[in-house]
Design a protein around this ligand. Structure first.
Ligand code: SF4
Length: 362
């Protein structure tokens, strides 16, 4: 692919006005986090929407708000409960940061979110673009968001060829994005503008097959004029997906109540599924077998159907191995951070997305 040179000014004129008009007439409306200036609600939705589709977020958003209606309720919750409600949404560091952030807002800001990008961006888990979204939606600050979708819209609009793997080029695009913000926003113009950027990137200026004929800024878009939409954004340092195989040891025993009990271990605070409960994970079948206690070796291990689980930069092949133990068995050599969990308790524990249906189906 030929590398286009970074765009030169002047910037497209009338961009902000065209976008605001289009958003009010054709943009997304009626999403559960729209129509409010409550920073708690906007913050919660923005964190959930990072790397996640709107349709996946909506039920989680409702459940969270019902259980934690304000920042005080979230700050006072246990980490287990927060992780359990987040379970299935992925990127679990977001959930832990969410709670740390709520605690900080309560302890150091008397329960009120800071009102500027600068103050918001100092809170855990709030990056520049999330801070900008909260500041624009809730406080009308003249500041641009710049997530992956908006980066795509703006690089195409201006045929901006700076390599987005490069910090200097990212900063240059950010500066241009700031110059496109409405100069004298009235009323809720900043809300419509910010929402318009999000909507355009999500529904019109899509990664493949952008709908340029329906685009409100079609006439001023440099990439459309030259037919080079597919060349933007320029990003050379794309990460290739890694493939890994994991063996899961599913240890089950019968509880006196008649229910199944599963052995689960809390994963470390870093890495994949950080902080969640999960059956013991091994990098190979040999590693799994060598961990089993001598007394358990004569128990029958059953290989269950393997599962493929997609993460952003990794594809995991999960091979579950089921081990049924007599009711009185203990696992003395297993990790101290493990516990037996009744099948009926699984709903209250933070479990990785593929693990919950796997255990429920056995
Ligand atoms: S005209 Fe096409 S490429 Fe340009 S901003 Fe609109 S949808 Fe994106």
């Amino acid at each position: 692919m030929s590398r286009a040179a970074p765009a030169a000014e002047p910037l497209p004129s009338g961009f902000a006005q065209a976008l605001i008009r289009w958003q009010r007439a054709h943009g997304r409306s009626g999403l559960p986090w729209q129509g409010t200036r409550d920073p708690y609600v906007v913050w919660l939705s923005e964190i959930m929407l990072q790397q996640t589709q709107v349709s996946a977020v909506v039920p989680y958003f409702h459940r969270f708000l019902q259980r934690f209606p304000d920042v005080h309720a979230l700050a006072a919750a246990s980490e287990d409960e927060v992780l359990s409600l987040w379970s299935g949404l992925g990127y679990y560091s977001r959930a832990r940061n969410l709670q740390r952030c709520a605690q900080l807002v309560v302890q150091e800001h008397a329960g009120e979110f800071p009102r500027s990008v600068e103050g918001l961006a100092k809170l855990p888990g709030i990056g520049q673009t999330t801070a900008a979204a909260i500041a624009a939606f809730c406080f009308g600050e003249k500041v641009s968001i710049l997530d992956g979708n908006v980066r795509r819209v703006l690089t195409r609009l201006m045929a901006f060829g700076g390599d987005q793997s490069n910090v200097a080029a990212q900063r240059a695009l950010w500066n241009l994005a700031q110059k496109l913000v409405p100069a004298d926003p009235l009323g809720d113009d900043m809300t419509a503008y910010t929402q318009g950027l999000m909507d355009l990137g999500a529904t019109v200026c899509t990664r493949t097959r952008p709908k340029c004929l329906h685009c409100p800024v079609c006439e001023m878009c440099e990439a459309r004029k030259s037919g080079t939409q597919a060349q933007f954004p320029v990003k050379t340092g794309r990460t290739l997906k890694r493939h890994e195989s994991w063996w899961l040891l599913l240890v089950r025993r019968q509880h006196p109540s008649g229910q199944a009990q599963w052995w689960l271990e809390r994963r470390s605070a870093n890495g994949i599924w950080a902080g969640l409960y999960c059956p013991p994970v091994y990098g190979s079948e040999t590693a799994l077998n060598s961990t089993l206690e001598r007394s358990l070796l004569d128990q029958q291990l059953t290989a269950c159907e393997a599962i493929t689980h997609q993460l952003t930069h990794r594809e995991l092949r999960l091979q579950p191995m089921l081990l049924d133990l007599p009711a009185t068995s203990t696992l003395s050599s297993f990790q101290e951070n493990g516990r037996w969990a009744l099948a009926s308790e699984l709903g209250d524990l933070g479990l990785p997305a593929p693990i919950r249906p796997l255990l429920a189906g056995l």
